[in-house]
Design a protein around this ligand. Sequence first.
Ligand SMILES: [Zn+2]
Length: 377
Amino acid sequence: MLDPNLGTNPGPNKGFSRRQFMAHASCFGAFYGLVKMIPLPALAAELAGDSRVSQTVIADKGFASVRKIGDGLYATISDPSKGFTTICNGGFIVGKDAALMIEGFGSPAGASFQFETFRTVSKIPVKAALDTHYHFDHSLGNAFYGGNAIPLYGHAAAAKRIFDGYSVLQGADPSIILGPLQKQLTDAKSDLVKQHLQTDIGAATGLFGAVNASTLALPNHHVDPAKGVKFDLGGLSAIVESYPGHSGTDLVVRVPEQNVVYAGDLLFNGWYPVCFDEKATVSGWRQTLKTFASWDKDTLFVPGHGQVCGQEGIATLREVFDDIAGQAEKMFKAGVPVQEAQHRYVVPDKFKNFPIFAWGFTIGPAIAKLYADWQPK
Ligand SMILES: [Zn+2]
């Protein structure tokens, strides 16, 4: 859930009229417009000499492009500054016998773009598709797989989270999601808090619009997080494992023969991490990143958002968490109340170009979760 109050409909149009909503929604760019969406950076210099990574893309629609990143391995990288068809990253793995599609993306058209691109390189059957977690930008295009009779895998909890989190929004009045935020905005005392809440309203508006533009479709194969699953695609194996941190439903896909990992949203490369999920854990996530950092130094990562990267991407996200935790700890020790601390974090110069997908989805909840961990039990 986005907000603890989300399930409590405050009543028709309370605090936020349909017209106001449409004014926001008419520009779907409001989604990220307030978030200052920064165009996707080019491939890092570190990857220029990596023989696995093609320097040219095989398809480019602006909103996303597809690049070869290994033998039978492809990454679909989104650039949300150019459109919201896919929103997240994904990819596909092509063995001798079968292929695996990764992510349902933000819309069926996004999943279709990836599938059609796959078909330009191979005609082999698709064994399965997989959502790395339940979030809307990774699952709203699932209906494409359903419509094409492709088995869809997700974490054992993903189907329920999609249903519980998003069906309540479908056909609902936007005040169900925007009402509580609008009230907080009305009550906000400082400009800083108002600015942060505006970004949250932008993101929530986008989420509401995207969910209402889609038919929900749920994974029909449930991956036990304790066991994972292994796909033998013929000469290539894709190992699906669960790690804690971002959503309580996070899966990664490893291709050990080539040291390539599709990390889902456990890796935001060059972004502030989205921590709002009720099942997100900052401590668990930092532990997961420590594990990723212990893997081979040549590991290539496809993040959930941002450009393909090597271990430097993991190191940077760890630094971001260290910075948030460092600033939060100072405030905690100084007795700054959590409600205030959540807004007082200062983005340092070195991260100033990192997109922040709404303050209340990223930095705010990260600080709240850290505070909760430090509170004497
Ligand atoms: Zn996510």
